[in-house]
Design a protein around this ligand. Sequence first.
Ligand code: HEC
Length: 158
Amino acid sequence: MIKIVTLLASIILLFTFQSAHSAEAVGETRSATISPGSDHRQLVSMPDETSQLMRQDMLDHLSALNEIIGFLAANNLDAAADVAETRMGKSSMGKHRATGVGPGRFMPLEMRNIGWGMHESATELSDAAKEGNLKGAYSALQKVTTACVACHYSYRTR
Ligand code: HEC
């Protein structure tokens, strides 16, 4: 059931980004939507501790992404698979649960779904890379970055 919901959410997201993309093609720039004074992203309030955890995770996602791209470019699929699963995949989820201030519980449902989708896509990337499927790994990588974009273009914390 959750899978179906996640799938539907991804389809809707992909569709939304597709349309945003076409809008860009006709000359509208996306930065216009978040120019100063017109930030329509939803504000999500979190305790300071949670924000800090989130920032640490995010910096790690950013560098994991960089490592994955490097490994894919070097055709080192095993290393890419390992980084994707351990740092961003489903097995990396829930590590802050015991603190009681893990980010998930402060996120609106749709935001949490985007986060879920990111972890799922990282696992998909890892599985494809393990099978030696470079093309599959790249298309899952793009789903990962689509989740980064989707969340950052929809939500802010300050
Ligand atoms: C589910 C939502 C969500 C997803 C998915 C997401 N982010 Fe974030 N990200 C956030 C939020 C919220 C913050 C702000 C945290 C704060 O400062 O309170 C943030 C902050 C960041 C920051 C700033 C860290 C700093 O130094 O303050 C970076 C960089 C970042 N994200 C990169 C990424 C990358 C790369 C991805 C994809 C691999 C990603 N994010 C996916 C929600 C998300």
